[in-house]
Design a protein around this ligand. Structure first.
Ligand code: FAD
Length: 456
């Protein structure tokens, strides 16, 4: 193996957004790059489920939305030439709490079935969000500025999101209300997750301007990037062993049941920690590195998709999504951009313990019953459906990383640091797990680490 050889030979493991961007950027720099992907297609957790539904309908099972401030994602979407479409702004918001559908709109504020203080009743849902979250969003700070993490950010990392909300004076009724929906989609919910991570994630989720999605499905983005990479990607190659020294790296992988090895100067591992822990390193990674890889948690997410004969839900709101207090979690019209069929797909987004319960064998029917409970007309329109558990997906073993208090700021520097000739990318090594933006920023960081080391 040739130290000092140019172009250096780099292997990238994993053709999710992080691995694709690493490969593209290294190729642009003149490196000789090979991208190994275990699956038969690129994209990883950008997964558009196709071929399961009538009339060519499809459903996003993983990444679905791009915020107006996700500049890296938007830039690669532009490079790939995919077309974006704005999400409709709903004219009213729907929630299902304690067995009742609650409608909230500026013209007709909801009477929430929880015990709120007099002030909280006057503030309403949007007012409570503003009062309780704004100070935390400010205190979390801007991670891209020098001096971050500030003392305030570190303080937020030492408490749970529930502790933070209580500290802001939120009543238990307000906390119950605020945790339904988006807030529970990280880890095991607000009682467990670090307030810092929860607040940084809310910053990624909130867009002052329109949130967008990709016309024809999110998978257009990785597929088009993969086309640019061309024959440098090898599919069906599941990496099992990495042997490394100061002279180079030897990677072992299986393809169609056979074992192969490939030698290179450096490797970028762009797969989640949950899968990385199944790869054998020789010599082993440092104790510190190994500890964070073994202990980084991953959110359980289960999606249940139902095909409906009509889109009866269009009468409920201009864009139907329902926050529920049931195991199904959040419901969404998954076909709002697909207008050629009268049929539609309604998809649930269940996380944490509820996701684990639904993903157990035989629980599809209970998820369907819950969806019918919220949308009774589905009983006459139901045409079938399917369930997908991210925990059971062998190439991610979970949906996205999450942290308990005092884990995030401690683990992040170790997750993103290289180890000899091994570099680490993937949204789980970034400040923004659960976002394509995090995956891309981690890729650019890993590429810069390689360039910096190669030029020494
Ligand atoms: C339910 C859900 C909803 C989401 N919603 C959004 C959203 O609305 N907006 C947004 O921006 N982001 C969203 N995300 C997050 C986004 O999908 C991820 O942040 C991003 O896709 C991660 O990219 P990655 O390259 O880091 O990892 P991955 O996409 O996981 O890529 C890793 C790749 O490595 C491969 N691999 C694994 N093991 C091996 C091995 N041993 N050998 C070779 N290859 C291997 C995998 O097959 C995979 O292709 C969501 C994710 C989920 C799960």
């Amino acid at each position: 193996m040739g130290i000092g050889r140019f172009p250096e030979r780099i292997v990238v493991i994993g053709a999710g957004m992080a691995g694709l961007v690493c490969t593209l950027e290294l190729m642009k720099q003149g490196y000789n790059v090979r991208l190994l992907e275990a699956n038969s297609q690129p994209g990883g957790r950008i997964y558009t489920m196709r071929d399961q539904f009538a009339d060519g309908l499809f459903c996003e099972i993983g990444a679905a939305f791009i915020g107006a401030h996700h500049f890296l994602t938007l830039s690669y979407a532009q490079q790939a030439g995919v077309q974006l479409i704005n999400l409709p702004v709903p004219n009213r918001s729907l929630s299902y709490i304690d067995g009742r559908l609650i409608i909230d709109s500026p013209a007709e504020p909801a009477l929430w079935p929880v015990s709120l203080t007099a002030e909280e009743r006057i503030l309403g849902y949007a007012g409570m969000l503003e009062k309780y979250l704004k100070p935390g969003l400010k205190a979390a700070g801007n991670p891209f500025l020098p001096g971050w993490p500030t003392q305030q950010a570190a303080q937020l990392d030492s408490m749970t999101m529930e502790e933070y909300l209580k500290g802001q004076g939120a009543s238990s009724g307000a906390i119950k209300l605020l945790e339904i929906g988006y807030m529970q989609m990280l880890g095991d919910g607000i009682r467990k997750v670090s307030a810092l991570q929860r607040l940084l994630d809310l910053k990624m989720a909130s867009s002052e301007r329109n949130t967008q999605t990709i016309v024809g499905g999110m998978d257009q983005l990785p597929k088009k990037l993969a086309l640019t990479i061309g024959s440098n990607i090898s599919y069906g190659c599941a990496v099992t062993h990495i042997e490394h020294s100061n002279k180079g790296v030897v990677i072992q992988f299986t393809n169609s049941g056979k074992v192969f090895t490939i030698c290179c100067d450096r490797v970028i591992v762009a797969i989640p920690s949950t899968v990385l822990r199944t790869i054998h390193f020789s010599p082993p990674l440092s104790k510190e590195k190994n500890d964070v890889i073994q202990n980084q948690l991953s959110t359980s997410v289960t999606r249940t998709v139902i095909q409906s004969r009509t889109r009866f839900w269009n009468s409920l709101s201009s864009f139907t999504t329902v926050n529920t207090d049931l195991k199904i979690g959040w419901l969404l019209d998954a076909t709002f951009t697909q207008t050629t069929s009268r049929r539609g797909l309604i998809c649930s987004y269940s996380s944490g313990e509820s996701a684990r319960v639904i993903s157990r064998a035989g629980n599809f029917n209970s998820a369907v019953s819950e969806i019918k409970q919220v949308l009774p007309e589905l009983s006459y329109n139901y045409e079938g459906g399917t369930v997908f558990s991210w925990d059971h997906n062998p190439y991610s073993r979970g949906a996205y990383a999450w942290y308990k208090p005092k884990q995030m700021l401690r683990m992040l520097p170790t997750l993103s640091a290289e180890q000899g000739r091994i570099y680490f990318a993937g949204d789980n090594t970034s400040l923004f797990p659960g976002w394509v933006e995090g995956a891309i920023s981690s890729a650019l960081r890993a590429v810069n680490q390689i360039i910096a080391n190669a030029s020494i």
